[in-house]
Design a protein around this ligand. Structure first.
Ligand code: FES
Length: 266
């Protein structure tokens, strides 16, 4: 799939809370096809300490207006700089990168997201709706702050919220809640993105129930184009780059359960 390097116009910077914000960015020309799960590498302007681009899942797309959205949590210098992005300015972006989710032909779908792993799942639900599917959706976080974006999902399916501190939805872990949903389990495909323990638990659930499971991995990335080997993961067909061969993998491709080969500290 062809990649583009373009200056996007910042239309809006919506602060959800002290930790999370959504950037609404307009492309200079017609958007290419974008699969849910693909990501963008964003050049962070105005901060000489941040020279590497930062990878973000594409959170949603408005094709009529050539707009993409990025849901971002402030975790370091790069994301803190982007949090002060001003409408009217531009951001240089390489996109769409990686391989996204493969949509099923059936409607028995469970979507599970935890923490920042929620980011690619709104576009996934959007694209499932475009083909007539209505998934069950489980979104988990440590606190309500992690789920500030959850209202956007309500248009696409039945949403179940769970937080570790019980500040919104049920109290517990997203994996426990998905296990509750499994009674009776009627899903043929599970899509998931979030912390590794959550992905492992969801994969185990899928294996027990004979369902397909696609996970979007959140390995550390630097170049985003398969050049630095920062993101390599072991698979049944050898070591592969999460940034180019993923970030979405069918869990049957992942060896044992996945171990990053290289741990970069960026
Ligand atoms: Fe550089 Fe994947 S991020 S090879």
């Amino acid at each position: 799939m062809k990649k583009f390097i373009q200056d996007f116009l910042i239309l809006q910077n919506s602060k959800l809370n002290a930790q999370h914000f959504v950037l609404e960015l307009q492309a200079p020309e017609t958007l290419p096809c974008i699969e849910a799960g693909q990501f963008a590498e964003v050049l962070v302007p105005g901060n000489p300490d941040v020279f590497l681009r930062r990878p973000f899942s594409i959170h949603d797309v408005d094709r009529r207006k050539n707009i993409i959205k990025l849901y971002i949590k402030i975790v370091g210098k790069g994301t803190a700089s982007l949090a002060s992005s001003q409408p009217g300015n531009s951001l240089n972006i390489i996109y769409p990168l990686g391989k996204g989710f493969t949509l099923p032909s059936h409607n028995q779908v469970l979507v599970v997201g935890g923490g920042c792993g929620i980011a690619p799942l709104l576009l996934l639900c959007h694209q499932l709706a475009d083909v007539g599917h209505q998934p069950d959706i489980v979104l988990g976080g440590r606190t309500a702050l992690d789920l500030a974006i959850c209202d956007s999902f309500a248009a696409y399916g039945k949403v179940h919220l769970i937080t570790e501190d019980g500040s919104v939805g049920e109290q517990g872990l997203a994996t426990q809640h998905s296990l509750l949903l499994a009674l009776p389990f009627s899903y043929k495909t599970i899509f998931a993105c979030g912390p590794t323990p959550m992905l492992k638990a969801v994969d185990e659930l899928a294996a027990r129930q004979g369902a397909d499971c696609q996970v979007s991995l959140e390995n550390t990335m630097a170049c985003g184009i398969g050049a630095c080997l920062c993101c390599v993961v072991k698979t049944t067909t050898g070591n592969r780059c999460v940034c180019t061969d993923g970030p979405v993998f069918d869990t049957r491709e992942l060896a044992g359960w996945y171990q990053p080969i290289v741990k970069c500290d960026l």
